[in-house]
Design a protein around this ligand. Structure first.
Ligand SMILES: Cc1ncc(CO)c(N)n1
Length: 227
């Protein structure tokens, strides 16, 4: 585990650079690009939205696990706030969003979980069960940081269509203040925690980051395949 003497000053950027190709494949996935250009088939988005409801429930559970794994009051509050934000804000927004797309809460509750959703969410929970709070945060990093980055990049690029884009609200939700500030808090948390880890520990964490990123790619691909 980490020792001050072996500290090498790692940060989240080192994780991203360690798996730069995969990270690129995730944040520039065809699903995302077509969403930005309003050319994503609606069936793809609908399938994604439904599975993402399931994802968010397990995501909330993962933050519940972070509550349990918190060694002090500071961490406990932080994980508790994240859990509350997902349950009260992100899931509420998501259910409302699904309603606009003609998907009722009843239909969401009865939904069969796709393999991609199963694989990703249980992987994150397993990282948390086996490891410590840092393992769990690293497994969760592609979710929080990836989506924030994806939305920012979409908004920054000239080929993105906003006018009349049925996916505009989705982009604006993740580019919005609430999500962006959660992303920045998480980046700061990771940078602080990673600064003290040894190279060996970094490599262990980078392997979790790699697998979580691969599973995010599969999640997008699942959406594309539904059309
Ligand atoms: C699959 C997935 N990853 C990340 C997020 C961001 O919360 C989400 N809603 N869904």
């Amino acid at each position: 585990m980490s020792t001050a003497s072996a500290a090498t000053g790692f940060s989240f950027d080192h994780l991203r650079q360690r798996h730069a190709g995969l990270w690129q494949a995730y944040i520039e996935h065809e699903f995302v690009c077509r969403l930005g250009k309003a050319s994503l088939p609606e069936a793809s988005f609908r399938h994604y939205l439904q599975q993402d409801y399931r994802f968010l429930i397990h995501f909330a559970r993962a933050w519940g696990l972070a509550v349990y794994k918190s060694p002090d009051l500071f961490e406990l509050r932080r994980a508790f706030d994240a859990l509350k934000a997902i349950v009260d804000t992100e899931l509420e927004l998501h259910v409302g969003f699904c309603r606009q797309w003609g998907i009722s809460e009843q239909a969401l509750a009865e939904l069969e979980e796709a393999r991609e959703t199963l694989a990703y969410t249980r992987f994150v929970l397993d990282c948390g069960h086996r490891g410590d709070l840092l393992d769990l945060h690293v497994a969760l990093a592609p979710c929080l940081i990836g989506y924030g980055e994806i939305a920012n990049r979409l908004l920054a690029r000239s080929t993105t269509v906003l006018e009349g884009n049925p996916y505009r609200e989705w982009i604006e939700m993740y580019a919005g203040e609430d999500f962006q500030s959660a992303m920045h808090d998480e980046l700061a948390w990771l940078d602080r925690a990673l600064a003290g880890v040894s190279r060996e520990r970094f490599e262990q964490l980078a392997a979790l980051f790699r697998d979580a990123t691969r599973l995010e790619i599969d999640f997008w691909q699942m959406g594309l395949n539904a059309a």
